[in-house]
Structure formats: C-alpha cells, structure tokens
Design a protein around this ligand. Structure first.
Ligand SMILES: *[C@@H]1O[C@H](CO)[C@@H](O)[C@H](O)[C@H]1NC(C)=O
Ligand SMILES: *[C@@H]1O[C@H](CO)[C@@H](O)[C@H](O)[C@H]1NC(C)=O
Ligand SMILES: *[C@@H]1O[C@H](CO)[C@@H](O)[C@H](O)[C@H]1NC(C)=O
Ligand SMILES: *[C@@H]1O[C@H](CO)[C@@H](O)[C@H](O)[C@H]1NC(C)=O
Length: 185
C-alpha cells in the first residue's frame, strides 16, 4: 500500500509540473504576441495627379495636385492614437508642398485609410536645382516624409509612445501624368 501512495504522489507532482510548464508557455506566448508593441507603419496607398502643369525649357516649373491615399497600419492588439501632424512632399530634398494630418486613432489590428490632397509647386525652389534636367527626362522624382507621433494603448492600462514615420519615393511621369515607382520604407 505504501508503494501505491508514493506512486500516486509522484503522478500528482508530474501533473503539477506539466501544468506549470503549460501555464508558463501560455504566459510567454501572450507576452510575445499580444504584449509586444510594434511601431505602426504609415504609407501612401495610391497617388494620382490632377491640375497638372509643367514648363520645359529656360524657366522650368511644375504645379500640380496630388490626390493620395494614406494608410496607417497598426498590427498591435490595442489602438494607436496619434497627434496632429503634417505630410511633406520634397523635390531634391526641398519642400514643395505639405498637408495637415488631423489627429485620430487606428483601431487594434486595423489599417486606417484616409485621403489627402496636396498641392505642390516648384515656386519655392532655388533656381540652381536640377529641375530643368528632370523635366527634360520626363520624370519628376519626389519623396514624402511624415511622422505620426502617438501612443499605442493596450488593455486599457498600458500606454506606450510610438511614432510612425513615413518615407516614400515616387516619380511623376510627365508624359502619362501618372505616378510611377511608388515605394515606401
Ligand atoms: C483643378 O481642376 C479642377 C477641375 O478639373 C478645378 O475645378 C480646380 O479649380 C483646379 N484647382 C486648381 C488649384 O487649379
Ligand atoms: C489639431 O488640428 C485641428 C484641425 O486643424 C485643430 O482644430 C486642433 O486644435 C489641433 N490640435 C492640436 C493639439 O494642435
Ligand atoms: C513658398 O514660400 C511662401 C513665402 O515664404 C510661402 O508662403 C508658401 O507657403 C511656400 N509654398 C510652399 C509650397 O512651400
Ligand atoms: C522638354 O524639352 C526637351 C528638349 O527641348 C524635349 O526633348 C522633352 O521631350 C521635353 N519634355 C517635356 C516633358 O515636354
């Protein structure tokens, strides 16, 4: 009878150990997925061009309106609430237009989408830019930058500061008046 008691106690300890291992695995999995806070991603979805006007020759210029879809991809298990910000469009590293992004939130595990309209112009570029050459080749290279600063909220109590940066490059094809090679990091 003694042996019997020892064996069942041993089995009981084995169950407890298995339970602890199982519990630890669950907590670990939870910590590695749900609790891990990732930086949301901001990108341009699609961009189209309107009110297009460019000049070739001795006084090159461009004036146009970009209609862009912006996506804020939040893969966290809590929402991302961001503050007011601006998206800037650059040509040759110089700003040629910007648009305000009003503060909002991207829900948990959701990609928020919204449209912006950005008027861009070469008016403020210095005259020694490479604009004449770019217009002559038929493709205007542009880039965009933005930083959405905000917080990821988890389980109602955890808040972690995260800022989502946007950095895209694209070319405006002056022949087709369409955006090509849109790439975002
Ligand atoms: C852009 O074009 C539309 C019509 O296509 C016109 O109504 C609008 O006033 C133009 N905007 C600018 C800034 O030229
Ligand atoms: C954010 O932008 C909106 C709209 O432009 C403005 O009314 C609001 O005061 C701004 N909020 C902050 C905190 O700057
Ligand atoms: C160009 O410069 C003027 C005067 O400094 C400014 O008011 C305007 O907003 C600028 N335009 C762009 C597109 O940056
Ligand atoms: C600009 O001018 C050059 C030479 O005159 C020409 O080859 C080119 O096609 C023009 N580009 C555009 C976009 O009109």
């Amino acid at each position: 009878m003694k042996g019997e008691g020892k064996r069942s106690r041993g089995r009981c300890l084995a169950y407890v150990a298995a339970f602890i291992v199982f519990q630890t695995a669950i907590i670990l999995a939870f910590a590695l997925t749900v609790m891990r806070i990732k930086t949301p991603k901001v990108r341009f979805g699609a961009v189209s061009v309107e009110n297009f006007s460019t000049g070739n020759g001795s006084s090159p210029f461009f004036d146009m309106r970009l209609m862009a879809q912006v996506t804020v991809k939040n893969t966290n298990f809590g929402h991302f609430k961001y503050e007011n910000s601006t998206i800037k469009i650059l040509y040759g590293g110089m700003e040629v237009g910007e648009v305000a992004v009003v503060k909002a939130r991207a829900r948990a595990r959701q990609t928020k989408k919204f449209d912006v309209t950005i008027d861009i112009s070469s008016a403020n570029l210095s005259s020694n830019s490479n604009l004449g050459n770019d217009i002559a080749t038929g493709v205007l290279p542009l880039s965009s930058e933005a930083k959405l600063s905000g917080k990821v909220h988890l389980l109602k109590v955890i808040k972690k500061k995260k800022s989502a940066g946007m950095s895209c490059t694209m070319g405006i094809n002056l022949g087709t008046r369409a955006v090509q090679d849109l790439k975002c990091k």
